[in-house]
Design a protein around this ligand. Structure first.
Ligand code: TXA
Ligand code: MG
Length: 339
């Protein structure tokens, strides 16, 4: 299969949006930009297209997909018994990097929900994504990476992983946030944070004061245990190089990594001058959003260094830092060193 590259610049915007929607409506797969990460989209009502998404990614069969919508009518088509809290969240956080898990209607095929009675729904803010969804209808879209690899934040990452495995990729710029959406389940009694993202716990508490943070956000699910969000139990984001997450202040981190041989430090700008071993910076430790924006592209570079270990300076767990920490603790297979 040849993956078509749909360019947006040079007056090609309308034509490429039209083409993307056409491919999707005829049962194909298209990688599209969103404000979080690139998604690999298929029409949410096409079982055969969704099958292609799972095959291209090598995605575990029990991991359900997020359905992306462009207006509230689409929400009521696919979600049943939408609670008041969900409407409030939609008003506050949509369009944006926020996903709600709700009871599903019979319009949602089993190929999307993978046996659950719920559906995850998000209204993205990215203009390209919205323009496509308006023409194609609701799109099921996981992140457009090979399963297990860091999520793609540029069209190049998508091509590195999926060239020849999908019908097309929309060639847009880097994603604004760089980490996947915040996922909250609102289908039970108490709202539950399943995955932290750019909509922070602090913001969620303004609307959902009793929200519970699922224990899988920061801890390793026990093997064989049931997790609220199937995606939480899989190995994720991990370089092949043995990765450690290191908690401590800038000087302590620098002293620690400087004593390591044949290693790579993934550090904050603020640490950089103190570090004398191989290093990659991934943003400012004081500005977590910069860490979110760069963490996945940095994780994709780690294996090029041919070192035996990589030590990543852990972000704070507040604000967007919690989302970055959640991805890194998985990249590090839950190996955390506290200095
Ligand atoms: O920002 C994002 O959310 C990106 C962009 C493309 O929208 N999408 C994304 O999709 O990250 P994916 O498939 O990589 O991650 C979706 C997560 C998985 O952990 C999955 O298990 C969970 O959401 N999920 C999906 N449907 C669910 C459901 N019905 N109940 C619980 N968890 C669900
Ligand atoms: Mg993913």
């Amino acid at each position: 299969m040849i993956t078509e590259k749909l360019e947006l610049s040079g007056g090609l915007y309308e034509k490429s949006i039209e083409k993307a929607a056409e491919i999707l409506k005829s049962g194909g797969t298209v990688a599209i930009p969103t404000e979080t990460v690139y998604g690999l989209a298929a029409c949410a009502n096409s079982d055969s297209a969704i099958k292609k998404v799972f095959a291209a990614k090598g995605r575990p069969q029990d991991n359900p997909l997020i359905v992306h919508i462009s207006d509230m009518d689409m929400l009521y088509e696919i979600a049943a018994n939408v609670p008041k809290q969900a409407v409030k969240c939609a008003e506050k956080f949509w369009p944006g990097p926020f996903t709600m898990v709700l009871k599903k209607t019979d319009k949602i095929a089993d190929s999307v929900s993978r046996g659950l009675d719920t559906v995850a729904v998000r209204m993205p803010a990215n203009k390209v994504a919205c323009d496509i969804i308006r023409k194609s209808g609701p799109l099921a879209a996981p992140s457009a990476n090979l399963s297990g690899k860091p999520s793609p934040t540029s069209a190049k990452h998508v091509i590195d992983d999926l060239d020849g495995k999908i019908d097309a990729v929309v060639m847009s710029g880097s994603c604004d946030y760089g980490v996947e959406s915040t996922v909250v389940s609102l289908d039970g009694d108490t709202p539950r944070l399943l995955r932290p993202g750019a909509v922070t716990v602090e913001q969620l508490k303004e609307i959902l004061p009793d929200i519970i943070i699922d224990k899988a956000v920061l801890a390793q699910p026990e093997s064989g245990s049931k997790v609220a969000s199937p995606g939480m139990k899989y190995k994720h984001y991990a370089p092949k190089t043995e990765t450690y997450l290191v908690e401590g202040n800038s000087q302590a981190f620098a002293d620690f990594v400087n004593s390591k041989k044949n290693s790579l430090a993934v550090c904050f700008y603020e640490d950089s001058d103190k570090i004398i071993i191989n290093k990659l910076t991934y943003g400012s430790g004081n500005k977590e959003i910069t860490l979110a924006q760069q963490i996945f592209s940095v994780l994709r570079e780690v294996d090029n260094y041919g070192v035996s270990a990589v030590y990543v300076h852990a972000p704070s767990k507040s604000g967007v830092g919690l989302a970055v920490y959640n991805r890194l603790i998985r990249a590090a297979s839950f190996r955390v060193i506290s200095l």
